[in-house]
Design a binder for this molecule. Structure first.
Ligand SMILES: [Zn+2]
Length: 87
C-alpha cells in the first residue's frame, strides 16, 4: 500500500491518523492534525505559513530533517489543498 500523504501539510501519516469527516467517517486525503470534524483545523493556514512551520519542525523539534522539510515544501503546491490557490 502507498503511504498516505496529507494533501494539506504534505507529511506522510499513519492510517490511525486519518482526518475525520463531519459524519465521523475517515478521510484518507488529510491527516487528523489538518482535517477534523469535516473541516480544516487551521483556516488561516497559508502555503507560506506551512513552509515556515515545516522548517521550524526540522530546526527546532527534529521531527523531520531539513532535507525532508525542503522536499515536502517542493511538493506542497501540487497538493489538493494548495493546488487551486496558485492557479
Ligand atoms: Zn496534514
Amino acid at each position: 500500500m502507498e503511504p498516505l500523504i496529507c494533501q494539506s501539510c504534505g507529511l506522510p501519516f499513519a492510517k490511525e491518523l486519518m482526518g475525520i469527516n463531519r459524519d465521523n467517517t475517515k478521510n484518507d486525503e488529510y491527516c487528523v492534525h489538518c482535517f477534523d470534524n469535516g473541516e480544516f483545523t487551521d483556516h488561516s493556514l497559508s502555503l507560506h505559513k506551512l513552509e515556515v512551520k515545516l522548517i521550524e519542525m526540522a530546526e527546532m523539534h527534529n521531527e523531520i530533517t531539513l532535507e525532508e522539510a525542503q522536499e515536502v515544501i517542493k511538493q506542497l503546491p501540487y497538493l489538493k489543498r494548495w493546488h487551486m490557490s496558485i492557479m
